[in-house]
Design a binder for this molecule. Sequence first.
Ligand code: PMP
Length: 402
Amino acid sequence: ASTWAEVPMGPADPILGLTEMYNKDTDPRKVSLGVGAYRGEDGKPWVLPSVRAAEKKILEDGVNKEYLGISGLPSFVDLSLRFGYGDNSAPLKEGRIAGVQTLSGTGACRLVGEFFNRFGISAQNAIYMPNPTWGNHIPIFRDAGMEVKQYTYFDRDIVGVNVEGMIKDMKDAPDGSAFLLHACAHNPTGSDPTMDQWREISDVMKTKKHVPFFDCAYQGFASGDAEKDAGAIRLFVDEGHQVLLGQSFAKNFGLYGERVGALSVVCADKDEAARVESQLKLLIRPMYSNPPANGARIVQTILSDPALEKQWREECKSMADRIIRMRDLLKSNLEKEGSSRDWSHVTDQIGMFCYSGITEDQVLEMREKHHVYMTKDGRISMAGVTKENVSYLAAALHEVTK
Ligand code: PMP
């Protein structure tokens, strides 16, 4: 028998598997609303002109193809931290943030998991994540050897964040537990706490000595303003939390396949930051040795050039604005169809996704009858909605929810 005869077939990835199904569908009306990747008004992927300009500059500079260091491109890491924590961040100015380049946001999450696991940083070696959360969070932290627990987050009845439930779960968790927080544009619900609520959450976490890990995959992409989207992170840092921050440049810079991100840890002083960074490097080296260079160079080129950075901010805002416009159009089209349901959450939610509130059966009906592809939980990637397909989508949604 073959050596691998006993290896069973694994299930298709719940999100990427959808794209495969969509690709096989031959109906011309088909709509892909699964994976969270931005599409322009023409429904096609969009490379930001600021990214193209940076690529041109890199090419002209004749940069070589040598390895980066284990922790990546230092000038990229510095700029990434400034981008996340802000120009006026005290720990940044004091040089007490350990930071490394990662394989996008996923790589940052995995590295945090490995770091927590190796140093027993969280009570019971568990990490608490919101219910629901991005599907990949659970296997990422499990595969890193941690126990995954959930905290109350979304309330389907109020179609919003259940902050009381969240705070209760934080109080009930053992002191010194690690909590994964979505920095902005919570995936999949599109619902974030308000700044006042974040302040309450910060207070409870401080009393309980919990460890906040911010997963920040949508800075700038959520509201169109990268400073505003970093509000929760900066509040926690100002309140004295030793946060960990995972950054992804996939959505906000449109660098999905370049795999560029960063992980940073706010430390007590410079010496501690150096020790933490040395341990992150010891985790990285045997996993993948060092990260890819191109995406980091692109982000570094943009964020180190005021004119390019300004251009990028405008382009990033244009993506956020298009999504906000599509939310308005989807809602008004549903009303035009005569839907009696309350669709106000479509416009209340922010970021890439609309947590539509439709059931799994309705999702399947959307797929089988209408050729509209979304995840089983009813999450719609708003980036896939265009002026061309929005009325078809609204009619189909109305049809399955009547
Ligand atoms: N965290 C969250 C909450 C996300 O939604 C995503 C992207 N879907 C990621 C992390 C990581 O994405 P990437 O690895 O492509 O940066």
